[in-house]
Design a protein around this ligand. Structure first.
Ligand code: ZN
Length: 235
């Protein structure tokens, strides 16, 4: 699992934790220890190391054979085994504030480690702050974060092309901001928003590689879960 927000934030948590509320990040962090996740990289060190209950889950992770990385340079050095990468105490900064290639490097590190598994693997990689640009009604924020996410997409496609047995799915859990483009008349594209929140606008699902045909058509977003299980070969 790779994200450019707290690794205990909503999207990564939905893949690993079972808690009644997304704000329960200390409890969500503890749920990581109840799983066999091989690699997770993102922000949110605080929810493991400086918790309300005083426990230090980083020590528990070490006891479960996780290598702990506290910077992107340390993440990059890990070539195999289990990895917990903490790139910030809370959320990593924006691309415009100097986050650099953390997402791409984290994704490639996870890919290199997990590709050693003979049983295959699943990676969830999130360009987490695209949504935040939508909440802020800030077009440049969205563009910067989307271009950052696009680098990870490129790396995924390169891997899938070489591997020939990999499915890449690119989607979102919702649209944010009611974003649309205008300026066709002037030849200068500009973004406009209708809200500061999430919207019910339909979102695209791009699927590429083995099993991509399962993702055509129109369906509810929770169907993606079942389609992914099917594509992976789980009964
Ligand atoms: Zn949001």
């Amino acid at each position: 699992m790779v994200a450019t927000c707290n690794i205990t934030d909503a999207t990564p948590s939905s893949f690993i934790a079972h808690q009644p509320a997304r704000a329960m990040m200390d409890e969500i962090a503890a749920d990581f220890l109840k799983t066999d996740i091989d690699v997770f990289i993102g922000g949110g060190r605080k929810h493991f190391a400086q918790r309300k209950d005083g426990k230090n889950l980083v020590e528990d992770l070490k006891a479960k054979n996780y290598q702990i990385a506290n910077s992107i340079e340390e993440v990059q050095q890990v070539k195999s085994g289990k990895l917990a990468g903490f790139l910030a105490d809370e959320n990593p900064v924006k691309i415009s504030e100097g986050r650099g290639d953390q997402l791409l490097v984290s994704f490639q590190t996870a890919l290199n480690i997990l590709n050693q598994s003979k049983k295959g693997f699943f990676i969830m990689a999130e360009g987490s702050q695209i949504d935040w640009g939508g909440h802020a009604n800030d077009t440049q924020y969205i563009v910067n974060e989307m271009l950052d996410f696009d680098k990870a997409i490129g790396a995924a496609f390169d891997f899938a092309d070489k591997d020939g047995n990999t499915l890449v799915i690119i989607t979102a859990d919702h649209e944010t901001g009611g974003f649309s483009l205008n300026g066709l008349k002037d030849g200068v594209v500009d973004g406009k928003f209708t809200t500061k929140g999430h919207t019910a606008v339909m979102i695209p699902v791009f699927a590429y590689g083995k099993g991509a045909e399962l993702f055509s058509g129109i369906y509810n977003n929770n169907d993606i879960f079942h389609k992914m299980l099917k594509a992976f070969g789980f009964k």
